[in-house]
Design a protein around this ligand. Sequence first.
Ligand code: EPS
Length: 390
Amino acid sequence: MFSKIRFLTSGESHGRGLMAFIEGIPAGLSLSVNEIDADLKRRQQGHGRGGRMKIEQDSVILISGLRWGKTLGSPISLLIENRDWVNWQQGMSPNGAQEGSIPPFTRPRPGHADLSGALKYGHNDIRNVLERSSARETAARVAAGAVAKKFLSEFGITVGSYVLSIGSAAMKNSLPAADANLFALADSSPVRCPDADSSAKMVELIDMASEKGDTLGGTFSIIVSGVPVGLGSHTQWDKKLNARLMMAVSSIQAIKGVEIGLGFESARKFGSEVMDEIFHSRQTGFYRMSNNSGGIEGGMSNGMPLVITAAMKPIPTLKKSMRSVDIVSGEAVEAAYERSDTCAVPAASIVGEAMTALCVADAFLEKFGGDSINEVKRNFSARIDDIAKL
Ligand code: EPS
């Protein structure tokens, strides 16, 4: 799905640290630790996070791909150390001598990767699965996404997000818009929701769930503005920008649905209510008065902001008892409970920004590619001039 940018993460939740490797970012992009850390900090916030976030203070260590504040065009690798590692040095040691230093985890949590992962990989200790399936991994994605965001910003493309609902507490229904003011309000809300009333209701609901030992999911939108016409392609299934974005966003832990623009709602309306009519003026060229298509028609960006909405299920680690079966004894048991978050939807919206930025940067390089930022800028301005002449 990604053809110009390749990106991988590694690391266990309570291991020594997480890493991200990004290949394909052109040479000459200015980048600093602070720019990446700013997004890492945004991901760690949000009402409903558990005790772990008091331990971690994520900060990136740049391992490769930069010299004197600029990318070299070589693979960029980033390390985020786990502060909690000090408490897990035996239990998560890569060294065989420490085997058995903590008891095995044998009571799978419904909804987690626990049971399927243990059966698939033949593990008697579910920790061998949960350490990697944990959403801790998303810190590495956010670091990689911050690099992609910095690249996109060179071309006036910005990526923002906000939370639309948590459980049954939801903002009034309207299509999310590329509005810097809304993004700023979201960043100052404890649940990343720009509407103060809805935000207060969400906080209340999270507190109620926490008291009951329960968890909550929700929905959030990612909005990308400044996207030029023509990213992605109608010519093949795996080139369509909508398909690529949906895969990128649905790969985030606990995401169960992704919509573009009006999404499922468009299936309930007449065509005349859904299509974004086309206008033209000498000053602005082609334009639309609505954006129900979420900036994508025929698998290609149409120049309007990209609007992607994702649904996150509630976190499957519950204090409240859930029925399960011990994978070693086969006995009916209560699912295991470890310290956990009540709600991570605000954090997931930042991860959504990261995955979207990586995906859009990839499609952008496919269209305007070059080995250095200056070369990409030359390609970009030549093409933009061509479109302006239409
Ligand atoms: C997670 C469980 C919790 C979360 C964690 C994801 O961690 P712990 O088991 O250490 O309390 O805090 O998220 C993070 C550590 C993070 O950085 O987002 C899980 O099971 O997915």
